[in-house]
Ligand binder design. Structure first.
Ligand code: NAD
Length: 431
């Protein structure tokens, strides 16, 4: 395809195109954040990371490569480039991840396929059996809107709705010129069928199927440790998140961890845990009403210093250190690893809750922010400029050192089989 200039163009938080060089650069930034390698293990751990192209799964892959020299397989589900549109951002991030792995001597295979399908499991298990052997760590970090029902083949769709009573969501968006706009929306409660479908899609079923499939092929390492990602979050979003349909799915995920642990050889240090992580700006989280505003309020309260918002990369460095340690990971009373400790500190939550109430009252009193500029009351409480930057970065825009006026080739292939270590080629820089 002829190279062309790629600009941010889209609707709401969703952009239609991703910038290939910007996406590559965002992986380099994660790698730089991962810091020096941890003390080298006696042998490279074999990892299976599902959901490796974005958000927490991408951070897990980068931290695993840079700090622990993992080998293994990374699975995600990304849109390839077409004649009209670029590929999904994760398509280009995965290409760079493959280069990063090669530069660190990690043998990683990248599979772009629907993790819910038996055919994907068969493909991944064959790769593991042929190239790597038993798996030490499985990280399941999937956020999917739908899955095929294994019983009927029909599509099950997850919904993000409250249970039992309606929820007034405060939704933060950006207008044409990038000005933040706050509005509210009443969200009706889910039906029982919707709750069940959400649990099927986002609950523990897929994770359990993967662990079962590995066990069935004798591909569980002697001290197999597996983690799936969960979230708790603030009281303000609890009706739509933790006490809503998606919370029901997370309850199921957490119950699955307990069930899986019972079935694993725990005496040798293995186990299954959910890891409750902090809020992060990702395609998945921005689809949840209220989360964009909450993230911007939290950022205003915490900033990004040592005690500030912990990035997904920083949290995944912590997770890998727990997985690699001899000791069992410390957990809360429900058996969950807590990487959201920085977010849920009571004094932080009190401040954010106060800001939420003030923003909500100002919206009631004055209506939405005026077009063309942020409402002062919104900007006082919410770091909307940071949120907008983060949203653009998800698609590879706004990264330093990338020439956004230069035409760029978007028709780039999926990374082939893993290659030996080479010097990491530079991302095309601004001229
Ligand atoms: N973002 C947050 O604020 C947050 C906080 C705590 C926990 N979590 C949890 O972390 C997990 C990942 O969320 P995220 O926000 O990083 O999501 P994300 O949207 O950034 O990434 C989702 C990943 O899942 C992959 N994926 C989606 N459907 C797939 C499919 N059918 N087959 C294979 N791969 C598929 C995507 O390719 C991508 O790699 C979720 O369980 C989420 O609940 C997220």
């Amino acid at each position: 395809m002829t190279p062309r200039v790629v600009r941010p163009d889209g609707r709401g938080f969703l952009l239609f195109d991703a910038h290939p060089a910007g996406c590559a650069r965002s992986v380099d930034d994660l790698a730089a954040e991962a810091g020096p390698p941890a003390p080298p293990p006696a042998r490279r751990p074999v990892a299976l990371i599902i959901g490796s192209s974005a958000g927490y799964g991408l951070a897990a892959a980068v931290a695993g490569i840079v700090r622990h020299g993992i080998d293994g397989v990374a699975v995600c589900f990304e849109k390839p480039p077409t004649a009209r549109r670029t590929g999904g951002a994760g398509w280009y991030r995965t290409r760079r991840l493959a280069e990063l792995a090669a530069a660190h001597g990690s043998r990683l295979e990248f599979v772009n396929a629907d993790c819910f399908l038996d055919s994907t499991r068969a493909q991944v298990l064959a790769l593991l059996a042929e190239r790597f052997g038993p798996v030490d760590h499985l990280i399941h970090s999937v956020a999917a809107p739908r899955r095929p029902d294994p019983a009927t083949g029909r599509t099950l769709t997850s919904v993000i709705k409250p249970l039992g009573a309606p929820y007034r969501a405060l939704t933060l968006a950006f207008g044409e010129e990038g000005a933040p706009l706050l509005a509210d929306a009443q969200i009706a409660p889910a039906t029982e069928a919707e709750r069940q479908a959400t649990v099927q899609v986002m609950g523990g079923r897929d994770w359990e199927d993967w662990v079962g499939a590995l066990a069935g092929r004798n591909l569980l390492g002697p001290r197999f440790r597996t983690v799936a990602l969960s979230y708790v979050g603030p009281e303000a979003t609890a009706p739509i998140y933790r006490r809503g349909t998606i919370g029901a799915a997370k309850d199921d995920l957490e119950a699955t961890a307990r069930r899986l642990t019972g079935a694993l050889p725990a005496s040798r240090g293995g186990g299954a845990w959910t890891s409750v992580n902090g809020v992060a700006v990702t395609p998945a989280s921005m689809a949840i009403p209220g989360i964009a505003l909450y993230a911007a309020l939290l950022r205003r309260v915490l900033g990004d210093g040592v005690d500030g918002v912990q990035s997904p990369l920083r949290q995944m460095v912590r997770l890998w250190d727990l997985l690699a340690a001899d000791a069992e990971p410390p957990t809360d009373a429900l058996g969950r690893i807590r990487l959201d400790d920085w977010e849920l500190r009571p004094e932080v939550q009190r401040e954010v809750a106060g800001a939420w109430d003030r923003v909500s009252a100002a919206l009631d009193a004055g209506g939405p922010a005026p077009a063309g500029g942020p409402a002062p009351w919104l900007d006082a409480h919410a770091d909307t400029a940071w949120l907008r930057r983060e949203l653009l970065r998800l698609y590879g825009f706004g990264l330093p050192g990338v020439d956004y006026d230069a035409p760029v080739e978007s028709d780039l292939p999926w990374p082939g089989p893993s290659v030996p270590a080479t010097a990491l080629p530079p991302v095309p820089a601004a001229t």
